[in-house]
Design a protein around this ligand. Structure first.
Ligand code: NAG
Ligand code: NAG
Length: 290
């Protein structure tokens, strides 16, 4: 009898432990109720055998002890159940946190990928700019060389220009053509013009520009000249003065060989005038060499 009761109680305790370990509050409740019923049954049996041996009395005491244990265990169980609830809540909270962290990580990964893309684009743009830069540098070097060449060409290019005035007072008329010697030299770069002969001699082969302006202020005096290239008459001007400062001008562009000569003759029976005001002038320059 005693053994069987002890066995039952042990079995119940075992079940209770399982229920406890599984943290199943309903099952634990059922086990606790069953245990309660068992204890009550044992109590009845015990009451029936009060007059039996001291073994029975011992068993009764054990049972009481077991009931106390049961109560204690119930208390513990409640405590554990409430802790489990708290832990489950905490677990839920942690899960929420984890999922939000996971979302954030996804976002960060996406941003990272976008940044990588952007970086790649920027890298290729930088590469493109580098090669453009190299091309530009190459072009610049070429340009610099060309500019240097042009500068050298320009520096090496002969520079020829003259500008003169006659300063003769009244000049002519003569009974023959007379070469005009423009004695006032404003500029004579390249020394092409000779004021003592009145001849311009081309220092280099090239295209030259010549011009003159002549004045006469004597009444009814004819003003007339011819311009010569190597003795050949190539241009002229003519005017009859009415006594109030008649002026004539003309210009020509000629291709000259080196050493070619250009000069002006006052025609016979013609006159002209000049003074410190530089009315009568002759000038020319090299447009470009050939
Ligand atoms: C039964 O228990 C009582 C109290 O402990 C004791 O005095 C008595 O001698 C016991 N009887 C037997 C037969 O052991
Ligand atoms: C004419 O030329 C001379 C010499 O260069 C100059 O001194 C003079 O001032 C010029 N005359 C006028 C009116 O500019």
């Amino acid at each position: 009898m005693r053994r069987s009761v002890v066995f039952h109680i042990l079995l119940l305790c075992q079940c209770w432990t399982w229920a406890h370990s599984e943290a199943d509050s309903e099952a634990a409740q059922t086990v606790a109720q069953g245990l309660q019923a068992e204890i009550q049954g044992v109590e009845i049996n015990q009451a029936e055998s009060t007059r039996e041996t001291n073994d029975t009395v011992d068993l009764w005491a054990e049972l009481k002890e077991l009931r106390d244990m049961t109560i204690e265990l119930k208390t513990d169980l409640k405590h554990y159940l409430s802790r489990i609830e708290v832990l489950e809540e905490e677990k839920l909270g942690l899960e929420v946190k984890i999922s939000s962290i996971e979302k954030e990580m996804e976002g960060i990964k996406r941003e990272n990928a976008e940044l990588e893309n952007t970086l790649n684009i920027v890298k290729s743009e930088v590469e493109a700019l580098k090669s453009k830069n190299m091309a530009l540098e190459a072009r610049m070097t070429t340009n610099e060389k060309e500019v240097e060449e042009i500068r050298r060409e320009y520096e090496d290019q002969p520079k020829v220009v003259f500008s003169t005035a006659l300063t003769s007072g009244y000049f002519g008329p003569f009974n023959t053509d007379v070469t005009l010697k423009f004695s006032k030299v404003f500029i004579n770069f390249g020394q092409g013009y000779n004021p003592s002969t009145g001849f311009f001699t081309a220092p280099v082969k090239g295209i030259y520009y010549f011009r003159y302006t002549l004045l006469e202020k004597r009444k009814d005096m004819s003003l007339g000249i011819h311009l010569f290239h190597n003795g050949k008459h190539v241009m002229g001007s003519f005017e009859v003065s009415d006594g109030s400062h008649e002026s004539i001008s003309n210009a020509i562009i000629l291709q000259l060989e080196q050493g070619d000569e250009v000069y002006m003759n006052l025609l016979s029976n013609h006159g002209l005038y000049d003074d410190g005001n530089n009315y009568t002038t002759f000038s020319g320059f090299l447009l470009f060499p050939l």
